[in-house]
Structure formats: structure tokens, C-alpha cells
Design a protein around this ligand. Sequence first.
Ligand SMILES: C[S@@+](CC[C@H](N)C(=O)[O-])C[C@H]1O[C@@H](n2cnc3c(N)ncnc32)[C@H](O)[C@@H]1O
Length: 278
Amino acid sequence: MATTNDFEIEYWNGVAGARWVRAQKRFDEMVQPLVRPLLTGDAVRPGMRVLDVGCGCGGSTLDLADLVGPSGSVTGIDVSRPMLRRARARARERGLDNVRFLEADAQTAALPEVDLVFSRLGVMFFSDPVAGFSNLRRALLPGGGLLAAVWAEASHNPWMTDPPAVVADVMDVAPTHPDGKGPFALSDPDEILQVLEAAGFAERRVEEHRGMVRVGHDASDATDFSLRGIGRVSAAAQDASPSALAAAEVALHEHYTRLAGDSGVLADATVLYVRAHA
Ligand SMILES: C[S@@+](CC[C@H](N)C(=O)[O-])C[C@H]1O[C@@H](n2cnc3c(N)ncnc32)[C@H](O)[C@@H]1O
């Protein structure tokens, strides 16, 4: 198995990183409700030191900073320079001084000691998951915990899998990642539990959480997000001919019109909540 994350580092620093920065506000609004239950209760308390893994543009890092308060601290770690630039700017805008960001590979970097390792959809991309999670466990102080959300299997996430199927006749949509799994690389609960065990975690739990994401405020907005936001269709759209693009636009608009309602375009989405202790 490969032990470096060269592909991911290039991917998240290239066109994908730029697209994610553009889509930051939309993605935050989409996934915040899906992940919020993970942060409720006393899982994240004032004064805690937290590491936010694969923090991207910092949406969850800022949420965590609010929860730990001025006596706590949050370190966001990510490999994507453009996304971290956005994250740092957002923390500055809010005047937060309990947040810092680290540009590094969480699988191999020397990590700060923390009470909690958190991740919102940022731990699925390790080339060697056991090495990655072992590194995260080593960052935990005695009694510390891991709290992460990962995407559940593709068939439970039509918000991601429907658009490529809808445009398949008119556009060549390739997988974004060489293993073909990408965001679904940790979508098997049994495999997650095995990885956590091999990485030395105790009290391992995986819980499915089904919800919905709001892909757009109407069919046109959702179509625009699919074609010019993030995901496999937007990657394919970049190199598509004008006629293919026009046909894809029609097909996606029809698809999203069927999903549109009073609250916008809603699509099923499922995540797994992963909890463990050092
Ligand atoms: C799906 S995005 C999620 C970003 C963010 N957590 C959010 O919810 O908006 C995955 C993030 O993981 C980061 N990532 C991928 N592999 C990584 C690694 N080995 N170390 C640190 N970050 C990584 C990517 O750069 C990207 O920002």
C-alpha cells in the first residue's frame, strides 16, 4: 500500500482546491446540519484543545472555536494551501485568537497534543488509513477522544451519485480519485472499526446518520452547483464541449426540478459518525 499522499496533496492544491474555495459557503450550509448532532451534548467543552483534521476552508474549525471558547484552542490541519488561506482569512475576520492552521499531511505530521481529534469529512483520504489514524491517536492526551464524520456508502448518498448518472449519456464523468473511492473510501463501518482497532483506539463506535442536503435554492441553482461547484460532474464539465455542457445542463435541470420543493432542492445524504478513545 502506498504510504504517501502525493496524489491528494496535488489534488487539493490544484483545480479541486480552487473549486472548493469557491464552493465554501454552499458546502458549509449543506453539511453543517448533517454534522451538527456530532457536536451536541458535552462532546466539545470550553477549555478543550482540539485538532480539526482535513479542516479545508475552516467551517468546522470556526464552529469548534466557538464551542471551546477563549480558554480552549483549535488547530486546523490540511494539505490544501488555497483552502487554508480561506480558513485563515475567516478566522481573522472573526477576530479569533484561539485558532491556528497548519499546512501538513495529518497522516505523517508531528501533531500538537490535544484532548479531542475532530474531523468533518476530512479523514477519508489517507493512503494508509491505519498509519493516518495511528498518528491521530498519538496526538491524543490520556483520556482524549476522536470524533469524526465520514460519508456513508455511495448508494446512501444520491446527492453525490445522481448527478454523474444523470449526465452519463452526454458527458464522460471519471472518478476523481485513482482508487475510484475518493470520499467513500471509509464508508464501510466494519472497515472503520478494523482501522480504529489496528490504530490502537478503544471504545470504538460507528453510527449511521441519515439526513438531507440542500443542493440549491431552486433547480437552476442546484444545476449550477453540479456543473461549476464541487464533485465529479464539475470536474468533467471543465473539459466538456459546449454542446455536451448544454445537454448536461438540461438533464440536470430536469432532475433537480423533480427534487425541488418549498425548501429548495433537497437530496438524501448519509454520514457515519465515528467515535473512539485513545
Ligand atoms: C471533503 S474536504 C472537507 C473539508 C472540511 N473538513 C469541510 O468539511 O469543509 C476534505 C479535506 O481533507 C483534506 N485532506 C485530504 N488528505 C489530507 C491529509 N492527508 N492531511 C490533511 N488534510 C487532508 C483536503 O485538503 C480537504 O480540505
